[in-house]
Structures are given as structure tokens and as C-alpha cells.
Design a binder for this molecule. Structure first.
Ligand SMILES: [Zn+2]
Length: 156
């Protein structure tokens, strides 16, 4: 078995176990230099947290484990193609690589239509089920002025 296949199997096993425990069918692991750093399982229904996807859980856990907000040098293996939330989280985490087992079509067949969100970004925001629009506020740039004026800020 290749290393990728090994870690994907771990992610799939976590996903299947999570279903058995009453959670959603998603699992993920984060690996650095061939060693397991953290695992994650979908906790949306258990924690009443719509952002508690397996990948996000694994990222949070890996960051806590490594004591860093960057996961550069790490790889994420997940049981299913990451949704836009988790792709974005992976980009923010500066992961080196993301590898998935099932794809978005498998997810749709399993009752989780992430494709809808991917397709949403290609459409006019006016057609989205959640309204997202710019408001007008005279102090809108104040937070960035505060940020840029802070000499000891921590870039990320
Ligand atoms: Zn996700």
C-alpha cells in the first residue's frame, strides 16, 4: 500500500466509525513527514456546529498539537472531496497538499450535495439562498487602519 492509500484508509475508517457513533460520514487526518499529527471527524450534529467538518476539526486539532496557525509542511487526507469551506480552510492553513477518497459526485449520491455550493460561486450572488451584499459604512476601513498601524502585528 502506498503512503497515500494508507492515510486515505485511516480517513475512511474514521468516517465509517463516526457514522456508527451517530455522526456524519466524514473523516480526515493530517500528516507531517509521514507521521500522524491529528485526526478529525464530522461533529456538526453532535456539537451543533455547522462548521465542524472533519477537515476543519483535523486542522484545528493539528494546529493545537503543533502550536502554530500554519500547517505548512503538512498534508491532509480526507474521506471525501473537501467542500468549499474545507478547501478554503486548507488554503488558510497553508497545507502542502490535500488528498481525498470519494469525490463530490459520490457525496451527492450519499445525500451530501457539496456540488451545489461549488456551483453557487459561479452564479450571481443575487440568486444565492443566503443574501450576501456589501453594506455602506463610513468606518468600514477602520479595522485595517488599526491593523496596518500596529507595528507588532502577527502576519498570517
Ligand atoms: Zn467541508
Amino acid at each position: 500500500m502506498t503512503d497515500d492509500a494508507h492515510w486515505l484508509a485511516r480517513a475512511v475508517d474514521l468516517a465509517v466509525a463516526n457514522v456508527r457513533d451517530g455522526g456524519g460520514p466524514f473523516g480526515a487526518v493530517i500528516v507531517r513527514e509521514g507521521r500522524l499529527v491529528a485526526t478529525g471527524q464530522n461533529r456538526v450534529t453532535r456539537d451543533l456546529d455547522p462548521t465542524a467538518h472533519a477537515e476543519v476539526q483535523a486542522i484545528r486539532s493539528a494546529c493545537a498539537e503543533l502550536g502554530d496557525f500554519s500547517l505548512a509542511g503538512c498534508e491532509l487526507f480526507t474521506s471525501c472531496e473537501p467542500c468549499p469551506l474545507c478547501v478554503s480552510a486548507s488554503l488558510w492553513a497553508r497545507l502542502d497538499r490535500v488528498v481525498y477518497a470519494a469525490d463530490r459526485d459520490d457525496a451527492a449520491r450519499g445525500g451530501f450535495d457539496d456540488r451545489e455550493f461549488y456551483e453557487l460561486f459561479a452564479r450571481d450572488r443575487a440568486t444565492w439562498p443566503t443574501a450576501v451584499a456589501a453594506g455602506v459604512h463610513p468606518r468600514a476601513f477602520d479595522p485595517f487602519e488599526a491593523w496596518l498601524g500596529k507595528d507588532d502585528r502577527t502576519p498570517y
